[in-house]
Design a protein around this ligand. Structure first.
Ligand code: BTN
Length: 253
């Protein structure tokens, strides 16, 4: 994939701008970056704090030629790409299903994939936020968020990080579109995430709460959770409101 990067000083949301450009005919690979966002969005309508200079705010237009059931794998593919970009700076990132990049239990990045109907078909807007610095992070996030600078003492600019990120995105997006793409991406995700299996979790869904131990992923990236009574629930990315790790170590029932 070829990337063209448009850089803005401030936008409401890079995802909103990328969706607008996609509707105007932007090709796959158009990237929108902003130094700050005035209405940055996280999943489930949450705010994504996007103060100037503290984070990477990046969105790319994709026009995937994938069977619709595999579209959720774009979030997992992006998790793998961000993980590898972080690995250039940190030894210990993790991916929490489905879209969180962590160091320990603290969040260092997140992914928001949205679809947009455009005259030339469905586009996916893949938005990525990475915490580069912790300075100016609101107090309420201090305990639950971290940044590359807080972890390493190194200042990394959004431009530098995006250069690594686009390299990995290109590699893993091509992999996803390959003959065994969905299987290959699930295998890559498995190698990087402590959430793939054996993690005791509580999942909050619109219709209730499920607690159990993670038990691998379905071919479309859905998470299997084995409950205490031995039954296995399959959780689709779109259904989960919150997923919490209950213990650090593997638990067997
Ligand atoms: C999450 O973890 O809830 C997802 C966070 C995604 C944030 C990024 S920042 C760039 C892009 N523009 C947005 O408004 N959101 C995404």
């Amino acid at each position: 994939m070829n990337f063209t990067i448009l850089r803005y000083h401030s936008l409401e949301s890079t995802n909103t701008e990328a969706a607008k450009q996609a509707r105007l005919g932007a090709e796959e690979g158009l990237c929108i970056m902003a130094r700050s966002q005035t209405a940055g969005r996280g999943r489930h309508g949450r705010e994504w704090i996007s103060t100037e200079g503290i984070g990477l705010y990046f969105s790319v237009v994709l026009r995937p030629r994938l069977a619709p059931k595999f579209i959720p794998l774009i979030t997992l593919m992006a998790g793998v790409a961000v993980f590898d970009a972080l690995k250039g700076y940190l030894s210990n990132p993790d991916i929490k299903w489905v879209n969180d990049l962590l160091v320990g239990e603290k969040k260092i990045g997140g992914i928001l994939a949205e679809t947009a109907d455009t005259p030339s078909g469905l586009a996916v807007i893949l938005g990525i936020g990475v915490n580069l610095k912790s300075k100016n992070l609101p107090l309420e996030l201090a305990g639950s968020a971290t940044s590359i600078e807080a972890e390493t003492g190194k200042h990394v600019s959004a431009d530098e990080f995006s250069e690594h990120l686009t390299g990995y995105l290109s590699y893993f997006y091509d992999m996803l579109g390959g003959e065994n793409g969905p299987r290959d991406i699930v295998a890559e995700w498995r190698q990087r995430s402590s959430y793939y299996s054996g993690k005791l979790v509580t999942v909050v869904l619109a219709g209730g709460v499920i607690s159990g131990v993670t038990n691998g992923l379905e071919s479309n990236g859905a998470l299997r959770v084995r409950r205490g009574d031995g039954s296995v629930s399959t959780i689709q990315a779109g259904d989960v409101e919150r997923l919490r790790s209950e213990l650090h170590e593997t638990q067997a029932f």
